[in-house]
Design a protein around this ligand. Structure first.
Ligand code: NOJ
Length: 740
């Protein structure tokens, strides 16, 4: 039957309400036709078989769709796949409500961009937006309407594997990045067939998991929650994000997928978020092992009452919600609200005008891996890499070097290079390896190659060959790091060293070549402990997992066609014992005195300095930049005004380059202590060699606000320190006063 009746129903709704975009009214009239069971059906999501992103939970999708018990699917895409499923929803159900298809399009769909931690290191909001725009183009061409991205979890925990999915440790930068991703995914008109719903996840404080162990407990005061972990989510709401995902972790004893305080009080009542909230994968079921729900029925009750609108894969809403409503344990109004929000998203996507709008075979065939996408991916990968160290001008490499030895398990890799959460990125042939990349620059007879060892295995049998070719070479490039599965979900580490016997090989190669320039190219998804390597090699180029065009981009950097410009968005510790370590810590009552760093009874370690190995904001270039002529337009700021801070930046080296100019502020005295420095602005500028530019930042009271101990958001008059600097490693020299 149903296709005609569906059209009739939709036609009736649209002609009564008008064909305008009055979606709320259309949703209401549709909901008037729906049974409670059909409304609950909209809150249910199951997984298809195109990918597996969590424990397998068996389902009978076709039957559930037909029965009106399924509103959304994840891990189901491709034109053919989504058409088959959508057809069942549209043509074989009573009301013909279309399905929503979601997937983890995290740093690209087919064309894979660098992992998100790397993307943040570009400090380039335009590029980040472009990357998510391209991801949306490719994903939507395969029938997808919704991505579970961006992950806006701030994290100061390098042990946590998912630090790779976020924008690092900073509140301000993380909030800007959140907005850029959302803009790229959602565009300015969701009804266009190349825009998709974004999802701010994982709400909230997931990145603060105890000891960096995934899914682990989080305890934090409300001040830290509001000042540090919530702002990127608030920024996502302000940017118009359509969906949120509740997280796996508990927060102060209450799991976040059953947390009324964060989901209803903050997200709905304070922030007025209008979109819908999906649980994480079985995170409502997990209220039971958390010890927060006595059984699955109880978990379903808590999840819906707390404000989770859609149950990802858990089967709980499907099986228990109807009875819970009938027994009065879940207000029907909550189910209505959830259903209304989900239907609204479907209306906005235009699925009621044309449920097959995203299903177009020609578009699918012609969209993936377009040349222009690959070109962009190459440019973005180069901008996301960070030159951590460059002693003896080891880089850039000259093409005239007679023989360069490329050594390491990742030189020829096309598999790990695209990183974790790489959606449908091709790991078998499409990605450009470093070896392919350098082959664009060097004649084969200039290249020596040895794998040396594996990433994780203990087998040293390849060392001999590696050492032997290193001795024949004039310069040495090591390509090493983590495997892609060593970061991402459920990939926490307690050891932050380069894994396996790779560090041994580095040592042996240095011993065999005491005077040669050695460059270490690193692929990894988290800050590593490089304390030994900084002394063993000359240059360190952090390329993270750079994506489909990673090898080509890395070669562009190695040979100086592109000048490195990325800067760290996360601190690299000296060792794991310093963790958590981040640039905007508090001063303590016993800070180490500048003039006597060894003074006793101060807040220090006896074995390593307090400082990290590489600070937040650090990143070198092949040129040099000088900062001069700092100016403040006024020494005072009042509550309605603004002041301007400016500095002149000059390219004093011999190459054109980009510089990321950073603005930091310190609130010296407040009713609750404030961090020793806080990033409040940044600009990425391009300077030709010899060129100077004045960089100006505007500061208003909005930039100085924080939550006090009564959880009031505002400013407190007093003295503030201010600096414009190339990284977070500087001393303040200037101040201004905020007047009453
Ligand atoms: C679990 C992950 O935590 C989440 O980020 C992801 O979106 C879902 N699985 C779906 O794959």
């Amino acid at each position: 039957m149903h296709f005609k009746s569906q059209l009739l129903i939709i036609f009736t709704i649209c002609s009564t309400i008008g064909w305008s975009q009055n979606y709320e009214a259309k949703v209401d009239s549709l909901m008037n036709l729906m049974t409670l069971q059909e409304k609950i059906g909209q809150t249910v999501m199951y997984s298809g078989r195109w990918d597996q992103t969590g424990p397998i939970v068996g389902t009978d999708n076709g039957r559930y769709i037909r029965e009106g018990n399924l509103g959304a699917m994840l891990n189901a895409f491709t034109v053919k796949g989504t058409r088959d499923l959508q057809k069942i929803a549209v043509e074989e159900t009573r009301l013909g409500i279309p399905l929503l298809f979601g997937y983890d399009v995290i740093h690209g769909h087919r064309t894979i961009f660098p992992i998100n931690l790397a993307l943040s290191a570009s400090w380039d909001l335009k590029m980040v937006e472009e990357s998510s725009r391209i991801a949306a183009e490719e994903a939507s061409a395969e029938g997808l309407h919704w991505t579970f991205a961006p992950m806006v979890d701030l994290s100061r925990e390098p042990r946590w594997g998912r630090i790779s999915e976020g924008a690092g440790e900073d509140v301000y930068l993380g909030s800007q990045m959140a907005k850029a991703y959302i803009k790229g995914f959602q565009g300015d008109d969701l009804s266009k067939s190349n825009t998709i719903l974004a999802c701010a996840k994982h709400y909230v404080a997931y990145g603060a998991a105890q000891a960096g162990r995934d899914y682990h407990t989080v305890n934090m005061g409300e001040g830290e929650l509001r000042n540090v972990y919530l702002p990127p989510f608030k920024a996502a709401v302000d940017a118009g994000v359509e969906t949120f995902m509740s997280a796996f972790n508990e927060l102060n004893g209450v799991p976040t997928s059953g947390n009324k305080f964060t989901l209803r009080d903050i997200l709905r009542d304070e922030w007025k978020f209008k979109g819908f909230v999906v649980s994480d994968y079985t995170s409502i079921n997990e209220l039971v092992p958390h010890g927060f729900a006595k059984d699955s029925i109880d978990a379903a009750r808590i999840g819906m009452n707390a404000g989770v609108d859609m149950d990802m894969v858990g089967k709980l809403y499907h099986h228990f919600l109807e009875d819970l409503v009938k027994e009065g344990k879940v207000p029907e109004a909550y189910v209505n609200d959830a259903c209304r929000r989900i239907l609204l998203a479907k209306f906005k996507l235009g699925l009621f005008d044309d449920p097959y709008r995203y299903i177009d075979q020609d578009r699918e065939n012609n969209t993936k891996y377009k040349d222009e996408f690959l070109t962009k991916a190459r440019e973005i990968a180069a901008a996301s890499s960070v030159l951590l160290q460059n002693k003896n001008e080891a880089l850039p490499l000259s093409k005239d070097i007679k023989k360069i030895a490329f050594i390491g398990p990742l030189v020829k890799d096309e598999y790990d290079i695209i990183g974790n959460w790489a959606a449908k990125g091709d790991r078998n042939g499409k990605a450009v390896s470093i070896f392919e990349g350098i082959s664009e620059y060097l004649n084969p007879n200039h290249i020596l190659y040895a794998k040396g060892c594996e990433i994780l295995k203990d087998d040293e049998s390849g060392f001999e060959e590696a050492i032997s070719i290193s001795k024949q070479a004039d310069a040495i490039v090591l390509v090493m790091g983590e495997g892609h599965h060593m970061s991402g979900e459920a990939a926490s580490r307690t050891n932050l060293k380069i894994p396996g016997i790779q560090p041994e090989l580095i040592k042996k190669i240095r011993e065999a070549n005491p005077n040669k320039k050695i460059t270490l190219v690193l692929m990894n998804g988290r800050p590593l402990n490089l304390s030994d390597e900084v002394n063993l090699v000359d240059a360190i180029l952090e390329i993270w997992f750079p994506g489909t065009m990673g090898g080509a981009a890395t070669a562009d950097l190695l040979f100086g066609k592109v000048n490195p410009s990325g800067k760290l968005t996360v601190t690299f510790p000296r060792n794991v014992g310093q963790v958590p370590i981040y640039y905007n810590m508090k001063n303590t009552g016993r800070p180490i005195p500048d003039d006597n760093p060894k003074e006793d009874y101060k807040s220090n370690y006896i074995d390593v300095p307090n400082t990290p190995l590489f600070v937040f904001g650090h990143g070198l270039s092949y040129t040099t930049f000088n900062y001069s002529d700092f100016k403040l337009s006024s020494q005072t700021l009042n509550s309605k005004g603004t002041i301007e801070a400016s500095v002149t930046v000059t390219n004093t080296g011999s190459m054109d380059g980009h510089e990321i100019v950073q603005l930091y502020i310190h609130d010296k005295v407040a009713s609750v202590t404030r961090p020793i420095k806080e990033l409040k602005g940044f600009q990425k500028i391009n300077l030709k060699k010899g060129e100077s530019k004045t960089v100006t930042f505007k500061i208003s009271v909005e930039d100085l606000k924080f939550y006090n101990s009564k959880m009031e958001y505002g400013v407190e008059p007093g003295e503030f320190e201010i600096a414009i600097a190339p990284s977070s490693d500087f001393r303040f020299e200037h101040t201004f006063k905020l007047l009453d």
